[in-house]
Design a protein around this ligand. Structure first.
Ligand code: HAM
Length: 422
């Protein structure tokens, strides 16, 4: 046997129904908020992420699946969707063709991380992005969309955490303050943090090394270094969240692991998830579109970790009857009639199955039972010559003859056929 690649998983029947519900609710909700679906390729040029996600990030430094293709191009399996969606926004001039560039996308992402519960090498995201809106009310809208998604899926015990990391005006002063506050302590930090202090001091907040934490906890907070405009923006976001009834906590450690963020950053954490507790995360990226060669347009969005959502979603009892009905043929002579009935049922929108190969009625009923169908429709014998079939209610075990002409209508109308008492 050749096993699946480490960090990748098969999502099998039994679990996949939860995924289908999650994807259905995600799409419904995005469309309700006015977001349109976009699908971008899974592979992109490596430089898109080096430039977009950021050279100093762990993703670009350590986690990308990059390779040279047969034509000699360096390509990467996307580790996140934001740079791809920004690329598509620029490449297709979407601000001209769409009335409102509010986009969402669902699909797999790839990061070479150490697999554990809630962390995989192939994982899945719902990504939501808006372009061209500076108003802090859009920050509150995307956070509200994220919050509502979590709530509509019945995930309780979550916390919304927000922060502001400033912009190109005030960030340089904060970076300087970080380096000054670190002072001699830089040499006591892990090698990654020593590199971060040189390349992008903000990234030090991503550090998970326990020995570094007391030093990091004592560092200055970005909110204390915001310029007047960033401060006003952050205050407005908080006011809007409060007005919309969304409780939140401000965390100065929430700088997020990607380089493009400006101003608002946010995450929703799930208490049931253990170490990998971020259900989703996002923020503003006001310089990214321009940096990737587009017009000077602001942006904001977030990505939901769908694998983690599935872990946090409560189980729902399967709805009875979702497996439809089973058509059983008695003897070879009845098979054509059974096949015709099966086709009629399916064309009328009824879920229906039958057995293949020459198998006895007993074996067919065993299959019907395992499938959990509501009714078995037994075709054959004398009933068939009278234009009737036998309907067995699989819950009660009652069975009776019903006219063939009525059975499709009954089932297609969504009604359980009332099995007449014999
Ligand atoms: P991110 O925080 O890197 O942000 O990922 C978003 C979410 O994806 C995380 O909160 C987590 O739920 C999930 N996730 C990340 N890595 C893994 C993994 N290895 N296994 C399972 N789940 C994972 C972004 O990707 C940004 N593009 C979000 C964004 C959109 N910001 C603005 N727009």
């Amino acid at each position: 046997m050749i096993p699946a690649v480490r960090g990748t998983r098969d999502i099998l029947p039994g679990e996949v129904e939860k995924w289908q519900r999650l994807e259905r609710v995600s799409r419904d909700l995005c469309e309700r908020y006015g977001y349109l679906e976009v699908r971008t390729p899974i592979i992109e040029r490596e430089e898109l992420f080096a430039k977009g996600t950021g050279e100093a990030t762990d993703i670009v430094q350590k986690e990308m699946y990059s390779f040279v293709d047969k034509g000699g191009d360096r390509v990467t399996l996307r580790p996140e969707a934001t740079p791809s969606i920004v690329r598509a926004f620029i490449e297709h001039s979407l601000e001209q063709t769409l009335a409102f560039p509010k986009l969402y996308s669902i699909g797999p992402m790839f990061r070479y991380e150490r697999p554990q519960k809630g962390r995989y090498r192939q994982f899945h995201q719902l990504d939501v992005e808006v372009f061209g809106v500076k108003d802090p009310a859009i920050d509150a809208e995307v956070i509200d969309l994220a919050f509502t998604l979590v709530r509509e899926l019945g995930i309780g015990d979550v916390e919304l955490v927000i922060n502001s990391v400033g912009d190109h005006v005030c960030r340089p002063a904060f970076d300087k303050a970080l380096v000054e506050a670190l002072g001699q302590n830089v040499s006591k930090l892990c090698s990654d943090c020593q590199r971060r202090a040189q390349t992008n001091p903000l990234r030090i907040f991503d550090c998970k090394v326990p020995a570094d934490q007391p030093i990091i906890d004592a560092l200055p907070h970005s909110v204390d270094y915001l310029c007047a405009e960033c401060r006003e923006h952050f205050e407005a976001v908080q006011r809007h969240l409060t007005a919309a009834g969304m409780p939140f906590r401000v965390s100065h450690r929430l700088v997020r692991g990607l380089d493009y963020y400006t101003r608002t950053t946010f995450e929703i954490l799930g208490a049931s998830l253990g170490a990998q507790n971020a259900l989703l995360g996002g923020g503003r990226y006001d310089g990214l579109v321009k940096q990737l060669g587009g017009p000077d347009r602001v942006g904001i969005g977030f990505a939901v970790g769908l694998d983690r959502m599935v872990l946090a979603m409560p189980d729902q009892p399967p709805e009875r009857g979702t497996n439809g009905v089973f058509v059983a043929a008695v003897g070879d002579d009845a098979r054509d009639a059974a096949i015709a009935l099966l086709a009629d049922l399916r064309r009328s929108g009824v879920r229906a199955q039958m057995e293949f190969g020459a198998r006895g009625v007993k074996a067919q009923m065993k299959r019907a039972d395992r499938l959990g169908v509501t009714h078995a429709i037994i075709v054959g014998g004398d009933e068939l010559s009278r234009g009737e079939v036998t309907v067995k209610d699989m819950t009660t075990g009652d069975q009776a003859a019903v006219p063939r002409s009525q059975i499709v209508k009954f089932l297609a109308s969504g009604l359980r056929p009332q099995v007449p008492q014999p």
